[in-house]
Design a protein around this ligand. Structure first.
Ligand code: UDP
Length: 427
């Protein structure tokens, strides 16, 4: 086995680990990079995270935690560039990374770990230039996303598919969130199974825990004690299908109009706009009005983890009707807080949620099936607590320490095979 690297260059071009997740381009990947880097530092591997500067006057470096440094790289104008326009800035970003590195002694970084295909493009070049292994995590894949688009959502461009294919070939190791994702990498991108490892993401189990329970959380958030509360948490984008939850709630009300009585039903939507289609939350707000759900559906901007934990605890169930989800961190976080999850049986969600034990997995995207699941919670006031207890136990499998330990194993294997490849190349 190769060595554990002393210092890793983590590449997160299009979104900063310092941004609030839950809106725009900041989501699970940001949380993943922050939590993984912290745990790696605790294991003795320092991390420097390179991200594009998206505002003027940012300090060149910010210490995120002991042993974890964020480096802001100038590449293109600070504001006004969408993620879709970033491919044109990859040369500038790579230049910025190599300039920073030029000031360091040789061998400063032992390994490059890139996240999402844009960073992979940069990682491909810098890893080769530095003579170190490249480990890459896709987070999402264009081919998988395009195969499960929501109505009206725009497909990912062919250029992304080509870029992803190049990185799959170039990386010494690929990290997939689940066995399903690893199989997709092999099936759709011809990845080498021997170089594709599965490491589950995690949950911050110190923050996301049942604590003092559902009714205390409801009291803190000013929510009615006996209401049915199906919760949506995440970026408001077509892929995550918050509209489907609204249609399901309409269906539920048609079956039992008394649920519209004061204090019987609240539907919180926690998160901000992102992407296309439902990009502006007004569209979702208008849909709520059109479906007669005004006042029942309540929109809340993204919140920090401590507050978010209370939203999870307060809910009867978290509802995640996504069309595609490489893991679905919010489903794991909600369960860790003792709240069951009603989720689409897509991507990583069948790993995160145990059907009938910690929540319900729904095949397809018919609001009627989601209404059926919500009706069970409406009919049985003890169901959330019963499934929630199993959910909290199940979620304990997903600590970030385990993610970091698994990642270090991948680093070691990448280091070993990279050395071997170099030795073979030089006879
Ligand atoms: N999140 C947050 N505050 C919010 C909403 C979401 O911190 O108000 C975080 C949430 O804790 C989770 C991440 O955003 O860790 C979303 O990750 P997920 O894998 O569910 O979805 P993604 O955004 O990656 O598609």
């Amino acid at each position: 086995m190769g060595h554990r690297p002393r210092r890793v260059a983590m590449l997160s071009v299009h979104t900063s680990p310092l941004h609030q997740p839950g809106t725009g381009d900041a989501g699970g990947m940001n949380v993943y990079i922050v939590e993984l880097s912290r745990q790696l530092a605790a294991l003795g591997t320092e991390v420097e995270i390179f991200t594009r500067a998206t505002a003027g006057g940012l300090p060149p470096t910010v210490e995120l935690a002991p042993g974890v440094l964020v480096r802001h790289v100038d590449a293109g104008p600070y504001e006004g560039l969408s993620k879709e326009e970033l491919p044109a800035q990859m040369c500038a970003f790579t230049h910025g990374v190599t300039q920073i590195w030029a000031g360091q002694r040789p061998g400063y970084f032992d390994l490059v770990h890139s996240h999402y295909w844009l960073s992979g493009q940069v990682g491909w070049l810098v890893a080769e230039r530095w003579g170190v292994p490249l480990v890459h995590a896709m987070h999402t894949m264009a081919k998988v996303k395009n195969a499960a688009l929501a109505a009206g959502d725009s497909p990912e461009p062919a250029a992304r598919v080509i870029g992803e294919t190049q990185i799959v070939r170039a990386a010494d190791r690929l990290i997939a969130n689940t066995a399903e994702e690893a199989a997709e990498l092999v099936r759709h991108y011809d990845a080498d199974p021997m170089r594709t490892a599965v490491v589950h993401p995690g949950v911050n189990l110190d923050v996301f825990r049942p604590a003092d329970g559902r009714s205390a959380a409801r009291a803190r958030l000013g929510l009615p004690q006996d209401a049915l509360i199906p919760l949506f948490v995440g970026r408001i984008q077509p892929l995550k299908a918050p509209d489907l939850l609204l249609y399901a709630v309409r269906e539920l009300l048609d079956r039992d109009p008394s649920l519209a009585d004061p204090g019987r039903l609240v539907v919180p939507v926690v998160g901000g706009p992102s992407g296309t289609g439902l990009a502006r939350p007004e569209r979702l707000r208008r849909l709520a009005d059109r479906l007669g759900l005004t006042g029942l559906v309540r929109f809340h901007p993204p919140v920090g983890q401590e507050r978010l934990a209370d939203w999870y605890r307060a809910a009867s169930a978290l509802v995640m009707p996504s069309y595609s989800e490489s893991f679905g961190l919010v489903a794991a976080e909600a369960q860790a807080c003792g709240t069951p999850v009603v989720a689409a049986a897509v991507g990583g969600l069948p790993v995160v949620v145990r059907d009938e034990a910690t929540g319900y997995l729904i095949e397809g995207h018919d609001p009627v099936h989601y209404a059926d699941a919500l009706a069970r919670f409406a009919a049985d006031s003890g169901l959330s607590d019963r499934l929630g207890r199993a959910a909290a136990l199940h979620a304990r499998r997903f600590g970030w320490a385990a993610t970091a330990a698994g990642t270090v194993s991948v680093y070691r294997a990448a280091t070993e095979s990279h050395r071997f490849a170099l030795r073979s190349a030089h006879g």
